[in-house]
Ligand binder design. Sequence first.
Ligand SMILES: NC(=O)c1ccc[n+]([C@@H]2O[C@H](COP(=O)([O-])OP(=O)(O)OC[C@H]3O[C@@H](n4cnc5c(N)ncnc54)[C@H](O)[C@@H]3O)[C@@H](O)[C@H]2O)c1
Length: 246
Amino acid sequence: MKNLRGKAVFITGGGSGLGKAMAARFIEEGASVTVADRNAETRQEAEALGAAFVQLDVTDPKAFEAAIARLGRLDILINNAGIGAGYSALHEADLADWQRVLDVNLTGVFHGMKFGLAKMVAQNAPGVVINTASITGISAFPNAQAYCASKAAVAHLTRCAAIEYGALRIRINAIAPTIVMTPLMEQHLPTDDSRESTLARYKSMNPLPGMPEPEDIAAAAAFLASDDARFITGVVLPVDGGYTAR
Ligand SMILES: NC(=O)c1ccc[n+]([C@@H]2O[C@H](COP(=O)([O-])OP(=O)(O)OC[C@H]3O[C@@H](n4cnc5c(N)ncnc54)[C@H](O)[C@@H]3O)[C@@H](O)[C@H]2O)c1
């Protein structure tokens, strides 16, 4: 399993959850991985996996540009950093929450693509971009307008960029996971008696029983990054046990 030997990979939000699983999988595949995360406390675990670490807030364009410029080269960029916030009815939604979610989940991906693609174009070599979208960007969910809208926008930004950069042999795809138990989802789980019933609901919401593990999402990313996917670009790949097939 050394499909990505020698590839230079940059993963935003790589310090936790899905990004951490991707970092581990890409290292297993022989890649040289840089984890970029806002949370400096994730440095130790990233380095223990064998990744380099850079503290980066994806909403800061200057810092993002500098982090990409410092890389020797960039073959695979994974724009994965994301947050959930401000869950409420739309008419009670808070503008600051809306903007914070859009800033991280959408503008953060825009920054990654802008600076990452500039580097790939300058390298004049094939490249891969993978964005983490969500089933919430395909199907509608209540009380999560900012999150859903940000993920729908990431999915379409992915398609737009894919047709722009295809001729340069840069493939750009997204992954749309269903609910996976990561620290992001843990923080939204109720702590009272309804915790178990909420978990049971998550486990029965997809046509395939149960929930995916972070490693299942990492496996999809490893496939999309590999030459096995060499003619795949512009797709938003659900890893959702069939949720969006309904
Ligand atoms: N867990 C799920 O059920 C699920 C489902 C669909 C999509 N997603 C998406 O997957 C991605 C990863 O989520 P996760 O579940 O692994 O969450 P997580 O909270 O476990 O990990 C996210 C990581 O991103 C980092 N991060 C957050 N804001 C950042 C910023 N501004 N700059 C840099 N780093 C930042 C965090 O520090 C954290 O390490 C997100 O984009 C999320 O929206 C998650």
